[in-house]
Design a protein around this ligand. Structure first.
Ligand code: ARG
Length: 458
């Protein structure tokens, strides 16, 4: 009645719409290389264990290689009637080599097969993602080295706080991306166990060698519990969490670039190749790439929420709901990798307006804390110093001047402890240079950090 590989007990065919709705080939076909690698390892193991003849193994290996060639050259036609990548490849194998192809699925189920393929595929993509992060870090360290002493305002509450160096600001992102790479590496370690042999859920009656398939596929070990192995999607959650956090970092960075490129800030200009114009306003040059990357974080976070929500009510072991896992993680990976690439390509062409940054840092009383610190050094308790400088700021606001522009008379008026030399010594250069300790914004520290990062990323 039915031509499905599982059709034996069925009396009528699958509903036509359900066939399309149920199929996952549009999503999982991209795992074909991993599916073939998994099948080869499984078949070799079956043969070593005396479960499959050498002749059948040879035919299977040859057939799988041919199929790999067909898919790579675009000749292979995936059909939704065969649901997913696994059954498409298996059916084609049988078409090519006959009965030997039908023996491949001995001691295996699609349930251990799909999660093996997904782990292998995501392992490869995770390694590439980490590479992308490293590339972006290198670009940022390069920029930081050019801007160890470029002074800009540092903000809290998006209000001018204290001067910082642009190099220091860029290295803040290098730190974030380092933690992101660490999260991917950590998740990769946990995911690198081989589910093959767990079969449908309980294991198999055949004398398989799980260590052999695990080794052949580069896994650290076979998974320890068959029920867990086929229903565990923690690795997808972890990778999506790592991806979401990395996307959030890119999104914060995007937001800054967008602000910095506005006429109101005027700190930077992004290369034309990464911006677009407006169809109505001829003057416009919009920072589309940072905006889009900021937007991508939404769908990546959406993927994390999707997988958590999908799995949370599922009884052990495999349930079809799990087919949705790949949609979420593949979309997140494609978009995160693209975002990292765009940033790595765009940032070397960023123009920095040092004068505008310096000017912004020199207004808005960014040196106020340093004046309070100078009073403290002269013996004034910090809270008192804070109040004196607060009064000074208020005075300057009314006079439309900056702190370093106060004269002797003004200082004496505000407080006898306020020395005009302290006020005259204020400069944004002095502010940043003085923060010269581990983690501080001083050019000397940033230079040191740049050198350390250059070593680490070399
Ligand atoms: N296409 C399925 C998935 O991605 C493969 C596993 C299906 N197993 C099953 N017994 N229906 O999850």
């Amino acid at each position: 009645m039915s031509e499905k590989p599982w059709g034996g007990r069925f009396e009528s065919p699958t509903d036509e719409f359900v066939e399309a709705f149920n199929a996952s080939t549009d999503v999982d076909a991209r795992m074909f290389a991993e599916d073939i690698a998994g099948s080869k390892a499984h078949a070799r193991m079956l043969c070593e264990q005396g479960i499959l003849s050498q002749q059948d193994l040879n035919a299977i290996l040859r057939g799988l290689d041919e199929i790999s060639g067909e898919i790579n050259s675009g000749e292979f036609e995936f059909t939704i009637a065969l649901e997913d990548v696994h059954m498409n490849i298996e059916a084609r194998l049988t078409e090519k080599i006959g009965d030997a192809g039908k023996r491949l699925h001995t001691a295996r189920s699609r349930n251990d097969q799909v999660t093996t393929d997904t782990r292998l595929y995501l392992r490869r993509r995770t390694d590439a993602m980490i590479e992308r992060i490293r590339d972006l870090q290198s670009v940022l360290v390069g920029l930081a080295s050019e801007h160890v002493d470029t002074i800009m305002p540092g903000f809290t509450h998006l209000q001018t706080a204290q001067p910082v160096t642009l190099g220091h600001h860029l290295l803040a992102y290098v730190e974030m991306f380092e933690r992101d790479a660490g999260r991917f590496l950590d998740a990769r370690k946990r995911m690198n166990q081989c589910p093959l042999g767990s079969a449908a859920l309980a294991g198999t009656t055949f004398p398989i060698n799980r260590q052999a398939t695990a080794n052949a596929l580069g896994f650290d070990a076979p998974t320890a519990n068959s029920l867990d192995a086929v229903s565990d999607r923690d690795y997808i959650m972890e990778l999506l969490a790592a991806a979401s956090i990395c996307a959030v970092h890119l999104s914060r960075f995007s937001e800054e670039l967008i602000l910095w490129m506005s006429a109101q800030f005027g700190f930077i200009d992004l290369p034309d190749a990464f911006c677009t114009g407006s169809s109505i306003m001829p003057q416009k040059k919009n920072p589309d790439m940072p905006e889009l990357v900021r937007g991508k974080s939404g769908r990546i976070i959406g993927g994390l929420v999707a997988i958590l929500t999908t799995v949370k009510g599922l009884p052990l072991a495999y349930n079809k709901d799990m087919q949705e896992d790949k949609t979420a993680i593949f979309d997140a990976y494609d978009n995160l990798e693209g975002s990292l690439r765009v940033f790595g390509d765009m940032l070397p062409g960023m123009q920095v307006n040092r004068e505008a940054m310096h000017k912004a840092a020199s207004s808005g009383f960014a040196t106020a804390t340093d004046l309070a610190d100078a009073l403290v050094r002269a013996g004034v308790p910090f809270r008192e110093a804070h109040a004196i400088v607060g009064k000074s700021v208020s005075f300057c606001i009314h006079r439309h001047i900056e702190l370093h522009e106060m004269d002797t008379e003004a200082c004496a008026d505000i407080d006898p402890l306020l020395d005009v030399d302290m006020v005259r010594a204020l400069s944004v250069e002095a502010c940043v240079a003085a923060r010269n300790h581990i983690g501080g914004t001083a050019p000397a520290q940033v230079r040191q950090q740049v050198a350390e990062w250059q070593d680490r990323l070399a």
